[in-house]
Design a protein around this ligand. Structure first.
Ligand code: FAD
Length: 459
């Protein structure tokens, strides 16, 4: 795309996704000369096949539900169905607007972009399209890919999230293998679009990495929405027919569907890029780092999904910024996974930060918890949503976990993140006035209750 007078840089970044481009943008602010090598599109998974397109579909799903259910609030509409061409057009318009903006920012910042697949051929050199690009420091930011299970080959009616974003019609029925974030988000979209959805999850609950109370609440909400799920249930095989696929489970049950979405997690994308040849430790594809995101090879860092831990775009951004500042000598604070907010954008939304109750009990022994039911929240009643806010505090200590479920709770995760990361006590949060009627108020109410002075709740 762009070329530099020479191919020597302060920083060479392999991969222009969330982690890589954030690192590049921060590094140029710190007067470093930066190159990014990208084999596909700047913006990576999040912008093109992850966060943004899925959230566009979820927004269309929300509009469909609002249209379908409008009579409940006295508004007359007719819901005539989903036009996938229109939905895809909307999704693509959002993505391309952001993509154009990102390309403009990268160009405007003076970052040199090399298009093509890069390979580490020296501890300070990446080869791309026959050119050798060297950097005083190298950042590995090659991201992740959709995994599958043995016996579950992707192709035809068996798809990953990538193909799921490209459908030109709404399937009549879908089996989703995996009940974690990506699985429940697509379940939510397709149900709102009118499909019959069944989730198969090997662990005992949906969203098994969340606090058990949230899993239970989501399961209740999905039952109400008639999204079927089989938890504690293992997939054993899939049989392809012309007009459907049959999924078999360990229990002996079989499920027929138009499509099978495989959503069993994402693996690190590192094979064939020369990392091990240059002495970088690679563990089952992941690139482990210390807390300063340095690999075992001096001058080589790794960021984002490639580094074991939470796979989230904002973790990638934070990693990228951290590494740029580290290289510039600013001694930044490390990015700690337990302080990173997590949002699952299904309906109802799930938002959490910090430790779950079982994790907090393991770490602190004694803890106090409070669950504020949204039944007492005015805004939730207007939005006709059910759910709760759960706070977990170290006994007589700060709040160490916030767990929320209900409509629009993704937007509330900011305050939850401040509470946990600033180690606030419920008594501190209770001092802040929360606006009425908002979903945000539920956080205030839960804190008031945990501080021993509940308002619209019982102690
Ligand atoms: C369906 C889905 C929904 C998601 N929703 C959310 C969400 O709502 N919120 C959230 O926080 N996260 C979400 N994520 C996760 C998020 O997309 C990732 O955490 C994030 O993209 C990781 O950023 P990264 O920079 O590590 O990797 P990536 O974004 O994958 O970027 C890596 C880049 O490196 C390039 N590359 C790889 N190898 C090479 C090479 N050898 N040479 C040159 N270029 C190379 C790739 O083309 C890619 O552009 C979602 C993911 C998926 C799949």
């Amino acid at each position: 795309m762009t070329d530099s007078a020479d191919n020597n840089f302060d920083l060479v970044i392999l991969g222009g996704g969330s982690g890589g481009y954030a690192c590049a943008l921060r590094a140029v602010q710190l007067d470093l000369k930066v190159a990014v090598i990208e084999k596909d599109k700047l913006g990576g998974t999040c912008l093109h096949t992850g966060c943004i397109p899925t959230k566009a579909l979820l927004h269309a799903a929300e509009v469909a539900d609002a249209a379908r259910d409008s009579a409940a609030v006295g508004v007359k509409t007719t819901f005539d169905g989903i036009d996938m061409k229109g939905v895809n057009g909307f999704k693509e318009a959002v993505v391309s607007r952001l993509y154009r903006g990102l390309q403009g920012m990268i160009k405007g910042a003076g970052i040199t972009v090399y298009e093509g697949e890069g390979k580490l051929v020296g501890t300070d050199t990446v080869e791309v399209g026959g050119q050798r690009v060297t950097g005083k420091n190298v950042v590995l930011a090659t991201g992740s890919y959709a995994r599958t299970l043995p016996g579950l080959e992707i192709g035809g009616r068996v798809i990953t999230s990538e193909q799921a974003l490209e459908l030109y019609e709404v399937p009549q029925s879908v089996v989703i293998i995996g009940g974690s974030v990506i699985g429940v988000e697509f379940a939510s979209v397709w149900k709102s679009f009118g499909a019959d959805v069944t989730i198969v999850e090997a662990l005992p609950t949906l969203v098994p990495l969340e606090d058990p109370t949230l899993s239970k609440q989501l399961e209740r909400a999905f039952r109400k929405r008639k999204i079927a799920f089989k938890t504690g249930s293992r997939f054993t095989g899939v049989e392809h027919h012309d007009d459907r696929v049959t999924v078999s489970l360990e229990s002996g049950d079989t499920l027929d569907a138009d499509l099978v979405l495989v959503a069993v997690g994402r693996g690190p994308r590192s094979e064939g890029f020369g990392f091990e040849d240059q002495g970088v430790t690679v563990d089952r594809g992941w690139v482990p780092t210390n807390e300063r995101l340095a690999t075992n090879v001096s001058g080589i860092y790794a960021v984002g999904d490639l580094v074991p831990g939470l796979q989230l775009a904002h973790r990638g951004f934070a990693h990228g910024i951290f590494v740029a500042e580290e290289i510039a000598g600013l001694k930044p604070m490390p990015v700690i996974d337990s302080g990173i907010p997590r949002v699952t954008y299904c309906d109802p939304e799930i938002a959490s930060v910090g430790l779950t109750e079982p994790q907090a009990r393991e770490k602190y022994g004694e803890v106090d918890t409070y669950e504020y039911n949204l039944g007492g929240n005015g805004r939730s009643q207007i939005l006709q949503t059910a759910g709760l806010v759960k706070l977990v505090r170290e006994k007589d200590g700060p709040i160490v976990g916030v767990h929320m479920v209900g409509a629009r709770f993704g937007e509330q995760v900011g305050e939850a993140s401040l509470i946990v990361n600033w180690e606030a006590f419920p008594e501190d949060v209770a001092q802040f006035v929360h606006a009425h009627p908002t979903q945000n108020e539920a956080l205030g109410e839960a804190s008031l209750a945990l501080a021993g002075k509940p308002l619209h709740a019982h102690a």
